[in-house]
Design a binder for this molecule. Structure first.
Ligand code: MLT
Length: 323
């Protein structure tokens, strides 16, 4: 008798969950951006969120939860209800690097389920406008000669801009002071104002300021030039061969979110990435869209695992720590 009652209750629960998944979404969805508004992750989230919301028939509300290089925001989603109403957008540093340097109270792989791999952009080595150097070799010489006076902006210990900055120091055998911000959006404002000197910053954040002639760009951290900024040389061409950083983005939900809901979110992300207007906006910012088969839970899950295996030993060996 008891067994029959339990089975009936379970069947009822399954039916309720299936009905919920089928009618999903019935209210606005929150996409948690792990850095400050106006920065590169926020920009990608707003472009994709708006288009995904149109496919899903519901608004996607962007919420910026900042601090500790995005690890607070990701933890917020990892602990949220697995009902598809709270999404984690993040990237290479928030969903890979942070696991190597922060004592996270969640597991990046076990507490979040992948939805889709999203576009990637390289960094630009950029400085405030009145730095006298006219090319990367001169910039390195200027940094070497002035390192005790130079400050570099980052989005916090372990953020992409911080890892890029540490790489720059290692490649050029320099040391300068890092100034942490709640995102590279506010750091860029200070670079434009000239209160900090240098940043290794995602092209999405830097290119609008480079085009406005408000900062100077010296190289792109990729083996090929950006189609939307062909005048900026690659690090190989400019004198730091092999200094490659690609900041790829992804979308996750709390672990245990019903498969039907994940499938709807994946389809909405794929719709967004196939939209020519979205492609144009992302392309102008230096973002490259991954192949469609990677815009899937399996594509993102396998890639994230491979990146963890590749980067954790490198980050630990480089001595990058949460400060
Ligand atoms: C941001 O959105 O501020 C950036 O993604 C931060 C970073 O450099 O990692």
């Amino acid at each position: 008798m008891l067994r029959k009652l339990i089975l009936a209750a379970l069947a009822g629960l399954v039916a309720v969950c299936a009905a919920r998944a089928q009618s999903y979404p019935t209210r606005p969805i929150t996409m948690v951006v792990p850095f400050a508004a106006g920065g590169p992750t926020d920009t990608v989230a707003r472009i994709l969120g708006e288009r995904m919301g149109r496919s899903l028939g519901q608004t996607i509300v962007i919420e910026n939860t900042t601090g500790a290089a995005g690890s607070i925001a990701v933890g917020r989603v990892a602990r949220a209800a697995p009902d598809g109403y709270m999404l984690s957008i993040g990237h290479w540093s928030t969903h890979v690097i942070n696991g190597a340097i922060y004592p996270l109270n969640y597991d990046l792989l076990k507490d979040l389920d992948p939805v889709a791999l999203l576009p990637a952009n390289p960094q630009l080595i950029v400085t405030k406008k009145d730095v006298p150097a006219t090319n990367l070799k001169e910039l390195v010489a200027w940094v070497q000669a002035n390192q005790d006076k130079i400050s570099g902006g980052t989005a916090g210990a372990g953020s992409a801009s911080h890892v890029g900055g540490v790489y720059f120091q290692n490649f050029t055998k320099t040391k300068f002071t890092f100034v942490p911000y709640r995102g590279s959006g506010p750091a860029m404002l200070d670079l434009v104002a000239g209160t900090i000197d240098i940043m290794c910053d995602q092209s999405t954040n830097s290119l609008p300021q480079v085009r406005a002639n408000a900062v100077k760009a010296f190289a792109v951290t990729a083996p090929k030039r950006l189609a939307s900024a062909p005048d900026i040389p690659t690090v190989d061409e400019a004198g730091l061969p092999g200094f490659y950083i690609s900041v790829w983005h992804g979308l996750w939900v709390p672990h245990g979110t019903p498969r039907e809901i994940v499938a709807k979110l994946t389809a909405a992300a794929q719709d967004a990435l196939a939209d020519p207007a979205v492609q144009k906006r992302l392309g102008e910012l230096g973002q490259e869209i991954p192949p469609r088969e990677m815009q899937t839970p399996e594509g993102l899950g396998a890639f994230q695992k491979a990146e963890i295996e590749k980067w954790w030993p490198i980050i630990k060996a480089a001595g990058i720590k949460a400060e």
